[in-house]
Each structure stands twice: as C-alpha cells, then as structure tokens.
Design a protein around this ligand. Structure first.
Ligand SMILES: [Zn+2]
Length: 145
C-alpha cells in the first residue's frame, strides 16, 4: 500500500503532538497535570476535571481489543476486504481507547480481549495512523459478546 486514499487529518493545536509522535512510531495521549486522567483523542481539555493543563503521555505496553468490526464492503477498487478495525484499550492507561486496523490475524478470527501491539501504518496525506497487530488471545476468548 503506497498511495493511501482518503482525507488527510486536520492537524490542530490540540492534535499536533499526537501526529508528531505518530510520525516517530509513538502513541501519545493527553495526561491531565491536575488529576492525572488520560484522554484520547486529544482535545485540549481533561475529560475528567476539565483542566486545560495537559501534557503528552506515551502509551506503552500491549493493548486489548475492546470492540471491533469486520468490513466486507469494497469502498474503493483497490481496497482489500475483509479487514478488521478495532477499538483498543490499554490496561496501563485507563480511559484511553484508540481506533485502528487490526492486523496479524484473519479478520474473522479476531475476538474481544485479544492482545495487540501498538504500531502505525501510512495513512492519507502521508500521516502515520495507529494500527495494531494481534499477538495473543485474551481471557474472554470463547465467551459471548
Ligand atoms: Zn483532570
């Protein structure tokens, strides 16, 4: 995938740090200087106490699939289907959930609670966008829901 179709992100004062870190392969969220809550996507205000005193915090460690969807629709002629998109959360970063493609496993074999590693892939406009590699089966495997 060389040329990536789509609309490039609108980089704002609030999201600048995220995109700069993404270009370096680092996933960065906002951490509140007052209460410590972490927020994503960046919005310049704490989701918990509404403080505007925020610092970038790097998300490290593995994440878990909180929810996912499998797309079968070939929206553009070059799009390979099916593919899975997940909402990923991080045990060490409560309250943070990030959307991205789930790779490394057959899309139809992805499950809630699967373990993922953080990565990035080329997105529209040359921006690096979050992408996750499924590396393990979570505790909830086999359960309904
Ligand atoms: Zn706060």
């Amino acid at each position: 995938m060389d040329a990536v179709e789509g609309i490039p992100p609108a980089v704002t004062e609030e999201t600048e740090a995220f995109w700069a870190a993404a270009a370096e392969g680092r996933l960065v969220v906002e951490r509140c200087d007052d209460c410590g809550a972490e927020s994503f996507p960046p919005r310049g205000m704490c989701r918990s106490c509404r403080s505007r005193s925020l610092s970038p915090a790097e998300v490290t460690g593995r994440g878990r699939v909180y929810s996912y969807t499998v797309n079968y629709q070939r929206w553009t002629p070059d799009l390979e289907v099916p593919f899975a998109i997940g909402l990923v959360e991080f045990p060490a970063h409560p309250g943070v959930r990030v959307v991205g493609r789930l790779r490394g496993r057959d899309p139809e074999d992805v499950r809630v609670d699967d373990e993922v590693e953080i990565g990035f892939e080329p997105g529209p406009g040359g921006y690096a966008i979050p992408s996750f590699t499924v590396v393990g089966r979570g505790q909830a495997a086999g359960q309904a829901g």
